[in-house]
Design a protein around this ligand. Sequence first.
Ligand SMILES: [Zn+2]
Length: 127
Amino acid sequence: MLNWIEVCNEELAQAERYFKRPIYCQFALDKTQGKFPKKRDFAYTDGHTIFFSPKIERAKESRVRGLVRHEICHVLFMQEGTPHSETDADLLALIVFGEPILYDKDLIQNTEEGRAGRPTSLPNPFS
Ligand SMILES: [Zn+2]
């Protein structure tokens, strides 16, 4: 099984190298029944901890990387108190990680499979 926490910590370390400062961010599983009702529901954050569905333990590495890069960018915006959209998180990820966030066949973030640009069919609230 993929060590998904290690993958997450690698991506966090990359963001810390980009910003040249520590970023307070933790990773955890949320095993609450019904918390991730849709197939593409994988992760969310409260601005300090990124919570993953237990599905993350069986996800491909490139999907874990895409998901966590997107969520780390939510964390960065939230810690600054900056309102932002889903697209904003992807655009920041392009800058911080040097690669676009792709959306794979299941419309889940990925670093190797899929197409750049958040599909317009997905929600994109300005939070
Ligand atoms: Zn998001």
